[in-house]
Ligand binder design. Structure first.
Ligand code: ATP
Ligand code: GLA
Ligand code: MG
Length: 538
């Protein structure tokens, strides 16, 4: 899985056959518009997809493994570095960036000093996502080529089809494709997938959301036809996972709620607050369960202290003091942590800053500095019990889901029972997200309950939640019934445009990850496959 980002020689390397027709039109339109706007052809296109998460919600920033897959919808950045330097300020390079949806995302031009990329995270501006990819990529390029490295000017046209704020991670698709575009524009012949993912994870935080690493990993590493098991410790690793053959056959349906969840705006009370609550829960459990003075390891989680770090430290110390020779399985460790959390974090209405600071033996000022200064949050009380219970139990569900996938169904003529076991785990995730982690919303709950009644094995929110998208594991024969039930009981009650109606529900097949397409080599319309090289086919 590790290795360089592939260079596609045709669209067939990127998309499945059924998507090629639409995609070829879209790519040709992008390249033609690039020519019109900038008066010259693009040199290359950098591409990264959105993702749907199958299981493992809100646990990536606590550094537990997750199981997402890439979708077909993606972010494309057509790029040329042939920018006239006549009116660029001394010591600066120029970035001209435009979007095919120019009414929604207006074009900008920036002169950026060689040394630093300034991002104002207090303004919600679409180009901040490009700048965050730019900043991360330049840091990596400086590490490789030295501090006096001079970035190239770029002119860019973007076309993104991942719905923004829809839970399918348009932001990670955009940041990953931006960072990839900057690397290629600056002459990197190969871009390492792990390096690209790691820099995209850290740099997306510059837009003001303290996110984990699932979305960028899924966007960069995914392979067509497989889901992706992503683990974050001891270092970032991703491996493809295939679903066994089942009868009835399984289909993943993604359904939009059309409740836009803007993480940037609601971060202080939703997403960023959950990240703080999880890290505070780790610190609190460490203080009450580990020997006095135990320090948690500083790790790759957004606040450097994670529930996974606590988990490892706790069992390492237990084994050391009991002299145990055989480690407990991760499953039984997680079960133990669920029980310990329920016992030790007994305040259901949450903990004040003063209460937590007293247990951690630090001042409230120190607590604020460490946990809430870079990404401010608004809360009187922190629900440490509920957040830790969700994280440990969700991490356990991921392991159970993975072991089901590895086991394969026993009765291959009828795998209904096996399918239902997979579905149950998704339903349990939804219950936990709704009741314990409090990241669902009534519209998502409704979509899930309609789907289950119409035959879905398992239905849940996907991505950050509080709106956005839901994912459903449906037997192939019930897809029609589930779609009809949503139309009747949910979508027909909303005022949707034709375009929205069409995008409301999609059958999701695992798609491929990031890729680069070099236009230079192949003038004319995009290549669909080798036989069609250079000739207009659509
Ligand atoms: P989630 O993170 O819940 O999976 P998401 O990534 O779609 O969903 P956000 O993280 O809030 O949602 O990111 C959405 C932001 O990304 C938009 O507000 C916009 O600034 C930027 N963005 C997404 N798609 C595009 C696009 N096609 N063109 C320009 N900017 C885009
Ligand atoms: C968002 C974040 C991810 C992850 C999910 C919830 O998509 O960007 O890192 O935390 O929410 O699982
Ligand atoms: Mg996002």
């Amino acid at each position: 899985m590790a290795g360089p980002v592939p260079v596609a020689s045709s669209l067939s390397d990127i998309y499945t056959v059924d998507a090629i027709g639409t995609q070829a039109k879209r790519w040709n339109n992008l390249l033609a518009r690039f020519q019109t706007i900038y008066g010259q052809p693009a040199e290359f296109v950098a591409r990264s997809p959105g993702r749907v998460n199958i299981i493992g919600e809100h646990i990536d920033y606590s550094l537990y493994p997750v199981l997402p897959m890439a979708i077909t919808a993606d972010s494309l950045l057509a790029v040329s570095t042939n920018v006239a330097s006549t009116n660029t300020k001394e010591g600066h390079y120029k970035i001209k960036i435009a979007n095919v949806q120019d009414a929604k995302f207006p074009a900008h031009e920036f002169d950026i000093p060689y040394e630093a990329v300034d991002i104002d995270a207090t303004v919600h501006e679409w180009t901040n996502y490009f700048k965050s990819g730019l900043r991360g990529a330049l840091e990596l390029l400086r590490k490789k080529h030295g501090n006096d490295f001079e970035p190239k000017s770029m002119q860019i046209l973007m076309d993104g089809t991942v719905p923004a704020g829809g839970g399918l991670s348009s932001s990670a698709a955009f940041v990953s494709s931006s960072a990839l575009a900057v690397m290629v524009a600056n002459g990197e012949k190969t871009v390492d997938k792990t390096e690209l993912t790691e820099l995209a994870i850290v740099s997306e935080r510059a837009v003001g959301v303290n996110s984990g690493g699932m979305d960028q990993s899924a966007s960069v590493f995914s392979e067509r036809g497989s889901a992706l098991f992503v683990s974050f410790t001891p270092s970032l690793k991703a491996r493809p996972v295939s679903f066994p053959k089942t009868n009835p056959e399984l289909t993943f349906l993604i359904a939009q709620s059309f409740v836009t969840a803007d993480k940037f705006v609601t971060g202080p009370v939703h997403y960023n607050l959950r990240v703080v609550e999880c890290s505070l829960a780790a610190a609190y459990l460490n203080a009450v369960l580990n020997p006095p003075g135990t320090q948690l390891p500083s790790d790759a989680s957004p606040l450097s202290v994670s529930l996974h770090g606590f988990h490892e430290t706790y069992f390492a110390l237990q084994e050391h003091s009991s002299g145990a020779t055989k480690s407990k399985s991760t499953e039984s460790q997680l079960e133990e942590l669920v029980a310990l959390t329920a016992e030790k974090l007994d305040k259901r209405d949450g903990y004040t800053r003063e209460e937590i600071a007293a247990v951690l033996n630090i001042s409230v000022d120190e607590l604020n500095k460490k946990f809430t200064s870079r990404f401010p949050v608004r809360a009187e009380k922190f629900k440490l019990r509920q957040r830790a219970l969700h994280v440990f139990s969700e991490a356990l569900r991921v392991l159970k889901f993975m072991s089901l996938l590895e086991q394969q169904p026993t009765n291959t003529d009828d795998t209904s029972e096996y399918n239902a076991q997979l579905g149950d785990l998704l339903n349990q995730t939804q219950d936990s997200c709704r009741d314990v982690y409090e990241c669902s919303c009534k519209e998502i709950d409704e979509l899930c309950s309609i789907a289950r009644k119409a035959g879905s094995y398992g239905s849940r929110l996907t991505g950050a939640g509080w709106g956005g998208c839901s994912v459903h594991l449906v037997p192939a024969g019930k897809v029609k019934a589930v779609r009809e039930a949503w139309e009747r009981e949910y979508y027909s009650k909303l005022d949707l445009s034709e375009e929205q109606k069409e995008a409301a529900v999609v059958v999701s097949k695992p798609g491929s990850g990031s890729a680069v397409y070099l236009v230079d080599d192949k003038p004319g319309p995009v290549v669909v496959d080798d036989r069609d090289r250079g000739s207009e086919v659509y």
